[in-house]
Ligand binder design. Structure first.
Ligand SMILES: *[C@@H]1O[C@H](CO)[C@@H](O)[C@H](O)[C@H]1NC(C)=O
Length: 233
């Protein structure tokens, strides 16, 4: 019995996002991005929201040539218990700050207020750089503290070492210890989400203070090759 990391396949999309929504249902950014979905909508793979979401992800997979979705499978049961999205920029990233095009009006303003500080930091530090972006890591609440997050992150470390590229991480408060344990270095930049923007999303965000911890993981021998705008704390 143990866990194994594998690339997610098209039929896995809804199980992979079962894990994501179970882990992030109380996260203010997730809720701001999907303001009209109730908690039940998020958790029920058969809800109208989730079937639409699954269809959207499956379309997105046809277009992205940089984003990899991983699943962590319990080898005893075959259950998907963790997931991660990794963006791998082997050639310079053409990522640009976007718009939350599926929302309008106040909802869009609220969501963009939460996401913008992170988008700005990423754009400032990593435009046109070659790097790995640890976009999302999620472990199902019933499987937390069993090394699943570490395994998902080790996949990125392996790619990072082989490709000699740094990893950029925006950490939730809960994940700071994991990234420290994995040997990531803190960045000086600490994007700030305003408390009123966090509170404008009606979920329990007691766990969130406004500052977001940023990290890099640097492959051996590449310490002096970070982009100039990336300053270690
Ligand atoms: C990372 O690489 C090590 C050494 O090659 C290997 O043992 C391990 O299974 C890899 N981990 C993942 C998650 O790919």
């Amino acid at each position: 019995m143990g866990f194994v990391i594998l690339p997610a396949l098209v039929p896995d999309i809804s199980s992979v996002y079962d894990v994501y929504f179970a882990a992030f249902k109380d996260n203010p950014v997730t809720r701001a991005l999907f303001p009209s979905a109730t908690e039940t909508d998020l958790l029920d793979a058969k809800s109208e929201f989730r079937t639409g979401h699954t269809a959207h992800v499956s379309e997105y997979w046809k277009t992205s040539s940089t984003q990899y979705t991983l699943k962590c499978v319990d080898t005893g049961t075959g259950q998907i218990v963790g997931m991660a999205l990794w963006d791998v920029y082997i050639t310079p990233s053409d990522w640009k700050k976007g718009e939350i095009s599926w929302l309008q009006g106040d909802e869009r303003e609220r969501a963009e207020a939460l996401v913008n500080p992170l988008w700005d930091a990423r754009e400032r530090m990593w435009s046109n750089e070659k790097y790995l972006y640890c976009h999302v890591m999620a472990v199902h609440p019933s499987f937390q503290r069993r090394g699943v997050g570490e395994l998902l992150f080790k996949f990125g470390i392996n790619v990072s070492q082989e490709a000699r590229l740094p990893i950029y991480i925006e950490s939730s408060k809960e994940a700071v210890r994991l990234y420290e344990k994995m040997g990531c270095s803190r960045l000086k930049a600490r994007p700030l989400r305003k408390r009123e923007d966090l509170q404008s999303v009606k979920v329990n965000s007691a766990n969130e203070d406004g500052e977001v911890a940023l990290f890099v993981w640097i492959p051996e021998g590449e310490e002096n090759k970070l982009p100039k705008a990336v300053e270690l704390a």
